[in-house]
Write a protein of this length. Structure first.
Length: 112
């Protein structure tokens, strides 16, 4: 059995300049936890694979295509491949989101 503690995973460099920690990296999927402080946001981008987001803590606004919704803990959001998306933390508390990409991307994310 392999157990990974998010607090022991190093922060990954990313074009958004946010705390992002890879938890799982396998040919069939990749899992990352992102943390957005109040006022932080992800830049609008396109991922070459399907993605789902699961809010662990806090409240955030997700934009997928031309739709925006406020998402709270224990809600899951699907984001199909090649559709622009981003997250905003407009609250006063930290937002933590589990990001799962399937399959693992073989090409880079496109920042718009």
């Amino acid at each position: 059995m392999r157990v990974i503690d998010v607090n022991d995973s190093p922060t990954m460099p990313n074009p958004h300049g946010v705390d992002a920690r890879k938890l799982y990296d396998h040919e069939h999927a990749q899992a990352v936890v992102i943390r957005l402080e109040p006022g932080q946001e992800l830049r609008r981008h396109i991922t070459p694979v399907d993605v789902f987001f699961y809010v662990l803590e806090g409240e955030g606004v997700v934009e997928v295509g031309d739709e925006q919704r406020t998402i709270t803990p224990h809600q899951l959001v699907e984001s199909p491949k090649d559709i622009p998306h981003r997250w905003f933390n407009r609250s006063e508390a930290e937002l933590r989101v589990l990001v799962v990409k399937t399959p693992r991307p073989t090409s880079k994310t496109t920042v718009l």
